[in-house]
Design a protein around this ligand. Structure first.
Ligand code: ZN
Length: 216
């Protein structure tokens, strides 16, 4: 077990949680009619408990920890006309749907326009950390997308920020309607992205260029 994955949770507390959850999950398997003593299932409650703690480890993390490392872009004319955006696209994520506890996985694309006064920017990898942090919670995709832009707005105070997420929900794939190829798109805009509709078009143009390039 790698406790480094749980920076805010002590190893003792982690073990304690696993110990408490295991008998409950054993019960669930029994209620499904399973023999929990058979070889294939004997360690399943423990693995399942650890997996659940892993899927939700972002609950105990604060986005501030990733957005603290902030650079000031000291170029005189930057950003030029408050329309130059920083884009990180194709951030992969896997999250857990809170209605069915089934995974949903996909990609996030984020752009922000730095504040012309503060000129604050963050490391590009930090944006994927923020996506990861909100993905590792029991989620609905729409809320996750909003939380991503809110965290960026709160900590970087940009002129504007936009996030688009696209995901496949396994609660739809595996059960009920069995739609294997549908994906869900959700967007969140803040700041100048709300007041200037041209900016969203620009963002989409940049994403299209990236997608075309990725074909080579
Ligand atoms: Zn669901």
């Amino acid at each position: 077990m790698n406790n480094n994955n749980y920076p805010t949770r002590s190893p003792a507390e982690y073990e304690n949680r696993v110990k408490t959850i295991v008998p409950l999950l054993k019960n669930v398997l029994e209620m499904l009619g399973e023999d929990v003593e058979r070889e294939g299932l004997i360690k399943t409650p423990e693995r399942w408990a650890k997996a659940l703690l892993d899927y939700t480890k972002g609950m105990e993390q604060d986005p501030k920890q990733h957005l603290q490392v902030i650079f000031k872009l000291d170029e005189e004319n930057y950003p030029n006309d408050a329309q130059d955006m920083i884009i990180v696209h194709n951030i992969q994520f896997t999250s857990t749907c809170e209605h069915h506890l089934a995974p949903f996985r996909g990609t996030a694309h984020i752009a922000y326009i730095p504040n012309p006064e503060s000129k604050k920017i963050t490391g590009l990898s930090k944006l994927s950390r923020v996506v990861e942090l909100f993905a590792k919670r029991l989620q609905v995709q729409e809320r996750m997308t909003q939380q991503i832009t809110k965290a960026i707005e709160d900590h970087l105070n940009p002129a504007g920020v936009i996030a688009v997420t696209q995901a496949t929900h396994y609660c739809m794939v595996q059960r009920g309607v069995e739609q294997t190829s549908t994906s869900t798109t959700s967007t969140s805009r803040r700041g100048v992205f709300l007041t200037n509709p041209d900016l969203e078009g620009k963002f989409q143009d940049y994403l299209r260029i990236e997608l075309d390039n990725s074909k080579f």
